[in-house]
Design a protein around this ligand. Sequence first.
Ligand code: ATP
Ligand code: MG
Length: 779
Amino acid sequence: DSNKMQQIINQLNDAQRAPVLQKDGPMIVIAGAGSGKTRVLTVRIANLIHLGVDAFNILSLTFTNKAAREMKKRIQDIVGAEAKNLWMGTFHSVFAKILRIEADKLGYPNNFTIYDAQDSVRLIGQIIKEMQLDKDIYKPKQVFGRISSYKNSLITVKAYFNNPELQEADAMSKKPRMGEIYQQYVERCFKSGAMDFDDLLLKTNELLNRFPEVLSKYQDRFRYILVDEYQDTNHSQYLIVRALSDRFHNICVVGDDAQSIYAFRGANINNILNFQKDYEGVQTYRLEQNYRSTKNIVEAANTIIDKNKTKLDKVVWTANDFGPKIKIHRSLTDGEEGRFVAATIFEEKMQKQMMNGQFAILYRTNAQSRAMEDALRKRDIPYRIYGGLSFYQRKEIKDVLCYLRLVINPKDEEALIRVINYPARGIGNSTIEKLTVAANHYKRSIFEVMEHIEKIDLKLNSGTKNKLQDFVMMIKSFQIINENQDALYLTDHVTKKTGLIQELKKDGTPEGIARIENIEVLMGGIKDFIEGQKEVDGARGALSEFLEDVALATDLDNDTGDDDRVALMTIHLAKGLEFPTVFIVGMEEDLFPSAMSMNTRSELEEERRLFYVALTRAEHQAYLTYAQSRYRWGKLVDSEPSRFIEEIDSQYIEYLTPVETNYRYKPMINTDIFGDVDKSKLRLAKPVAGTPPKHSTNNEPSPNLNIRKLKPVSGSAPSGSANLFDNNLAVGNVVMHERFGKGQILNLEGVGADKKAEIKFEVGGIKKLLLRFAKLEVI
Ligand code: ATP
Ligand code: MG
């Protein structure tokens, strides 16, 4: 009702209210973390409905489906059931729904399958094998990444073959047959009635481009479009939004350039920087007040992001308390780091009566979760890991799902290959190979070949033929059940009839029992889904919709929020979230910033934005922890504190452990590189009151010191830092790099901190490395 709406609007500050009250026209809200961007979107949508806009005409695109659900719920609280008609979700989930409706126009069946990354990589591996290429050069995962980036830049197979530069680039990196793999992959997906994640955007673009009447229909439907986290949209997403908003221009995007962290997946920060140019009469709004975090956190985050050159100028302040300082903790090993985190959570819970769910542990890479898990388990602290292997990708779950996928779309080859002989029914690899060859030859699916096995001469014995026909009959019998029964009944039937459950029971180990329990959890999920669907739109709750949900579920989406657990996730996944206490672990050079991302300024700046995102998730208390050594790639590796710790102004931090100065291998923040940093603020280590800074830990034996022996160790405080860069390297030297291995120096350029070497590595080709970061050893 009116009062409620007014009340909600009144709770906003003036800057937030303005974009809510502007009903029409293009607008962008650019603002730092925690300033209420997402809240503005939510209230704006509620207000549009309140003003009489039909919820069917509003499209809102979010970072996760969970975020969309929460938003919808809040809007429903304000404006009532009408909110149920909103189109809300991730780009992928919204456009998958539209593609289902329009699939036939693109030659796809409406029941098309959505391949997950596992399916795609397996298929690409298969193609590479069939083409008899070296899978150490054509690494399936890498090839998939390449294809993905083509698709997200709207480079189709045809466009690829029309672009000599792309072909040359692939040839240069020893993959001259990239284009053929791409072509094969696209054909095989099409033949299987399958789209991968990137297709959901690519095909939407194709649909809107090729069919003006379809474009017109959706332009007319989506009269108001809103996009959260706009800074992380890729080119494909950008074009969709632009096409759809081209008639009414009622487009509202919110974002923060300082939180753009998906460039590695094709996100294009220019989408936010150029928004003003894309539409006429864009209103730009800025929010400056942060409501999430303490002064210490907000101001520390500001000093960090200030170090980036590429950024929009922004003010972020908060009226909140100063709060406790950011606490820094050093430990000897990653195991000890885990124990510190667990012990701290344990203590804070006792002392401050906090819940598990008020703590988050954030890390740069998934591998870091293990040490944390061990320590939390020892203290009986419940936790949940987000990301990593999702529930639906577990072997036993995916087996069941693949049977279900076949029921919906028997052409789905990845599903078929996975379960045709699991549980074992005597259909061997050579049979499957013959079927695959025949299917490619006739340009039909394997299932269709099996249906006509009597008419095709594959030199199979009659026993094998019978087995294939039995399999076909079994899937067809499931299809009949699916027409008459609900998804839960069917799933139960499938797990029994195929022998899956018996197979797991036979196993008898605790793992086998856990797998059966997981299948029960899956059935519970299907039951909930059916009930949820009935609530929303009557009698549906079809299997195909469940499978679509599953295919598009991100790991955050499965979080029911029911039980109270500490959250563990990568920083990338934490975007948009907030927690009272946040631990950012593994604050070490080569880990964070990642060793993979230090060769160019823009990569380093993206790492810094990632740190900004991590820190700004904290409402009250942030801990930064690092270990002096950690197990990586199966061996104990020495590590140094992350430069990002040094980049925080000392007034915002407190050291929990005495400060050591093993910074001797690298200079402090490099003033030449980072431009106009106040040099007086740069120092090596921040002494804690009462604890004289120790000198270096030089005397302790260090397992891999030899790798770094080129770095001068003279003096613990590199005041004259120039000598640190003087590695006495010469053109022609053969060097060893920690990651790239052996290579030869082709060229040297620049001086001091900017000194770079062009190196030809035996594997990986020519790279230009900043000597400051590259740990080179002359051999
Ligand atoms: P991020 O950049 O991290 O996505 P954001 O800009 O989207 O952050 P929100 O998540 O919308 O920020 O808001 C941050 C927190 O501040 C939330 O808990 C929100 O409820 C609260 N908040 C926002 N605006 C106000 C306000 N006017 N009054 C009180 N609390 C507010
Ligand atoms: Mg937000």
